[in-house]
Design a protein around this ligand. Structure first.
Ligand code: NDP
Length: 445
C-alpha cells in the first residue's frame, strides 16, 4: 500500500465523525503519489502525518443575549492548521451547518490555496453554528462581540488573521474588529475584509468572484477560447456569486441563474448590470430571498432545486460545499458545459470532479479558482503593514497577476507529472510542495 493510502486510513480512524474533512484529505492525498515517489525526503520527514494534523484547534462557548432578553449559546471554532508559510489565514463562517469536520476541511484546503497565491500566509479557518439569518443588527453585534472576546486570545496580525466567509460580511467584520480593538487596545490588521475607511482594501469584496472569472478566462485562453459570448450558470447569490456575475458581464458573458438555499432563478435574457445592482440591494441591504428576483423581473423560480439543469457553456458554483452531485455534473457535461470554476469551496462531489475531468471539461478546483479572495486579503495585510492604501486599479492588477500565476503554476505542475490539463492534480502538487519544503526547512515542529 502507498504512503498516501496509509495516511488516509490513519486519518479516517482518528477522525471518524468528520466526513467533509476526510473527503478533502482524500482529494489532495490521492493526487500526491507521483511527487512522493520522486521525493522520498517527504516520507522520511513524515510530512503527510504532520500535514493532516492541525497545529491547534480552539473550540469555545459563545454566549449572547437576544433582543427579547433570552440567553443563547453557540459554539465557536478556530482551526490553526499550518503556519509553515506565514500567519494562519482563512475566513470565519457563521452558518447552522458549521461543525468541527467542516471547519477542518476548510482549513486544510486553505493551506494549499494560500500556498498557491505565492504570498506569506499559512492555513486556518473558523466560525460558528450561529445563524445570522433573521437576527437583528443588535443581536449580530452582541454575538460577534462575544465571539471575539474569546477569539482575541488566539489571533493577531502576526499570528492569525481571519476574514469573512458564508454569513460573515462587512457588518460582522466591523463588529468583530471593534471588539478586538477594544480588548487589545490595538488598531492593527487582525482581520481582513475591513471597511474601506478603517483599513480595508479596495477590491477585497470583489476579489473571490473576480478571481474565479479570471481563472476561467485563463483556462479557456489555454485552449484558444474565451468567455466572450458564453452563457454562464452561477449558483449562490452572496458575495462570490454577485461579483462573479459582475466580472462575467465585463468579459462579455451572460449569467442566467442565481440561487440560495431555497431555490434558483433562471433569467434567459441574462442578469445584466441593472438587475445585478438590484440583487446586491436585495441581498446585502434588504437581506431578502432570491425568489423575489423572479417576481421583480418576471422570470422562472424553481423552488428546492439547484441551477445545474439549466444549459450553459460555463458553470460557477458559488454557494457551498457538495452542491454539484455526480448526476448534476453529468447533466452539465451533456448540456455542453466547457468550463467550471469553483468559486465556492469543494462544491463538486469527488465523483462529479472525476466526471468533469474524464469529459475533458476545463475544471478549476476551488483551491485555485477561488484563491483571489485570500490573495486580496494578503494584499490588505501588506497595505495595513505599510499603512498605505493602493488604488482599485493597482489591487485589481495584482489580483489578476496572482490568478494568472496560479493558473500557470497549476498547469505547469500538471504537465510535469504527465497530467496536462488536470488542474486538480496541478494545484494540489504546486500547493503541497511549497508547504512541504518549508516544513522540512523549519525542522520538526
Ligand atoms: P455568502 O454568505 O455571501 O453567500 C452564500 C450563498 O450561498 C448564499 O446565497 C446562500 O444562500 C448560499 N448557501 C449557503 N449555504 C447553502 C446551502 N447549504 N445550500 C444552498 N445554498 C447555500 O457567502 P460567500 O459568497 O462569501 O461564500 C460562498 C462560497 O464561497 C463558500 O463556499 C465560501 O467558503 C466560498 N469562498 C468565499 C470567499 C470569500 O471571499 N467570501 C473566499 C473563498 C471561498 P442562503 O442565503 O439561503 O443561505
Amino acid at each position: 500500500m502507498s504512503y498516501t493510502h496509509d495516511v488516509l486510513e490513519m486519518s479516517k480512524k482518528r477522525n471518524p465523525a468528520e466526513p467533509e474533512f476526510i473527503q478533502a484529505l482524500a482529494e489532495v492525498l490521492e493526487t500526491l503519489d507521483p511527487v512522493l515517489e520522486q521525493h522520498p525526503e517527504y516520507q522520511e520527514a513524515q510530512i503527510l502525518e504532520r500535514l493532516v494534523e492541525p497545529e491547534r484547534v480552539v473550540i469555545f462557548r459563545v454566549p449572547w443575549q437576544g433582543d427579547d432578553g433570552t440567553y443563547h449559546v453557540n459554539r465557536g471554532f478556530r482551526i490553526q492548521f499550518n503556519s509553515a508559510l506565514g500567519p494562519y489565514k482563512g475566513g470565519l463562517r457563521f452558518h447552522p451547518t458549521v461543525n468541527l469536520g467542516i471547519m477542518k476541511f476548510l482549513a486544510f484546503e486553505q493551506i494549499f490555496k494560500n500556498s498557491l497565491t505565492g504570498l506569506q500566509i499559512g492555513g486556518g479557518k473558523g466560525g460558528s453554528d450561529f445563524d445570522p439569518k433573521g437576527k437583528s443588527d443588535g443581536e449580530v453585534m452582541r454575538f460577534c462581540q462575544s465571539f471575539m472576546t474569546e477569539l482575541s486570545r488566539h489571533v493577531g496580525p502576526d499570528t492569525d488573521v481571519p476574514a469573512g466567509d458564508i454569513g460573515v460580511g462587512g457588518r460582522e467584520i466591523g463588529y468583530l474588529f471593534g471588539q478586538y480593538k477594544r480588548l487589545c487596545n490595538e488598531f492593527t490588521g487582525v482581520l481582513t475584509g475591513k471597511g474601506l475607511n478603517w483599513g480595508g482594501s479596495l477590491v477585497r469584496p470583489e476579489a473571490t468572484g473576480y478571481g474565479a472569472v479570471y481563472f476561467a478566462q485563463e483556462m479557456l485562453g489555454g485552449v484558444g477560447d474565451s468567455l466572450d459570448g458564453k452563457t454562464a450558470i452561477v449558483s449562490g447569490s452572496g458575495n462570490v456569486a454577485q461579483f462573479t456575475c459582475q466580472k462575467l458581464l465585463q468579459f462579455g458573458a451572460k449569467p442566467v441563474t442565481l440561487s440560495d438555499s431555497s431555490g434558483y432563478i433562471h433569467d434567459p435574457d441574462g442578469i445584466d448590470k441593472e438587475k445585478l445592482a438590484w440583487v446586491m440591494e436585495l441581498k446585502n441591504i434588504r437581506r431578502g430571498r432570491i425568489k423575489e428576483y423572479a417576481d421583480e423581473f418576471k422570470c422562472e423560480y424553481i423552488a428546492g432545486k439547484r441551477p445545474w439543469e439549466v444549459p450553459g457553456d460555463a458553470a460557477f458554483p458559488s454557494a457551498t460545499q457538495n452542491e454539484i452531485s455526480k448526476g448534476e455534473a453529468e447533466t452539465l457535461i451533456k448540456n455542453g458545459c466547457k468550463v467550471v470554476a469553483e468559486g465556492a469551496n469543494m462544491p463538486t462531489v469527488p465523483e462529479g470532479v472525476d466526471a468533469f475531468i474524464k469529459a475533458r471539461v476545463l475544471f478549476g478546483p476551488g483551491k485555485a479558482a477561488n484563491a483571489g479572495g485570500v490573495a486580496t486579503s494578503g494584499l490588505e495585510m501588506s497595505q495595513n503593514a505599510m499603512r498605505l492604501p493602493w488604488s482599485f486599479e493597482e489591487v485589481d492588477e495584482k489580483l489578476h497577476g496572482i490568478m494568472k500565476g496560479i493558473y500557470r503554476s497549476s498547469a505547469d505542475a500538471a504537465q510535469r507529472y504527465h497530467q496536462a490539463g488536470n488542474f486538480v492534480v496541478g494545484a494540489n502538487i504546486a500547493g503541497f510542495m511549497k508547504v512541504a519544503d518549508a516544513m522540512i526547512d523549519q525542522g520538526l515542529v
